[in-house]
Design a protein around this ligand. Sequence first.
Ligand code: PLP
Ligand code: COI
Length: 355
Amino acid sequence: MDIRLIPTANPKEKPKDENNLSFGKVFTDYMFMVEYTEGIGWHDARIQPYGPLSIDPASPVLHYSQEIFEGLKAYRRADGGLQMFRPLENAKRMNDSADRMCMPPLDPEFQVEAMCRLVKLEQDWVPHQPGTSLYLRPTMIADGAELGVHPAHHFLYFIICSPSGSYYKNGMAPVKIHIEDRYVRAVKGGTGAAKTGGNYSASLKAAFEAEKQGYDQVLWLDGRENKYVEEVGAMNMVFVLDGKLVTAPTGGSILPGITRKSVLQLAQDMGIAVEERPIAVEELFQAHQDGRLTEAFGTGTAAVISPVGLLEYHGRTMELAEGKIGPIAQKLYDTLVGIQRGDLPDPYGWVLPLT
Ligand code: PLP
Ligand code: COI
């Protein structure tokens, strides 16, 4: 499919101070767009000026949340060139989410081509400072006009770009996390493994209440027994227990994170043992008391590797790595970010150079 370009008449001013970029607040000049019509398939791919969408108020996305999205980044190397990190993985996961939400798949290679074309066009928007990148948000929504609860017949897939800094306002400072036991994020057979908007809107109340108590994020427990730790709002969780990396299995209720997968691979190659298994909250408290739980961190595209300084559950707290980033998290962060930004060689073929 050809991708045509509709030029903008009004290029925007780029952020002047790259050191003060926050996450997802500024958007570039262009967006990619392609449409799906039942009986025809995907058509009319174009890169058009960034701007509001005009959709029917009866669009299924507005009523029944038939929506999915992805998140990935384009990085500027020290030599000024650009590269992306594992974009094909995001494109494939987009299709897995599409399948769960009764939405049409889009050829993963074509999704990556669209990302590359857009980033190359917007290359001057990719920031230079360490810790910054151009965040890409591929999204698919069901539009059209029909209020019956059944899969839609028309869809829009678009990609918007945002020059971004760190996801958390305090950058790499360790986050404080509340372990949630009243609300649940996902249940067996639900949509937990799909990257669909409803998972995030359903998580807002718990996150908002935790924030009021001074926590940065919520750690969700399994929806069946309220006993095993699952993931955080925008990242997977990894614990350093007895010197091993331990993380919840991707059994359908958590997002199979691309950063998670990459970090587990890096750890194994560093000679650190990795266990993917259910982890009970009580096991964490016991291990912390025994001095065997030494670090915890989140992994995610937006959050990168985000150290956890404190975990709280029912008023009981665990302080970790003296409120600093632990040595294993630091080593994994340096290696991962080194590969992502092109400062370290990439023996895995994870990086896709664009220029
Ligand atoms: N879990 C949730 C709920 C997320 O939103 C994200 C972010 O995408 C992640 C985990 C981490 O996934 P990834 O490493 O692919 O960005
Ligand atoms: C990402 O890390 O790309 C995410 O999608 C997290 C997001 C919900 C902010």
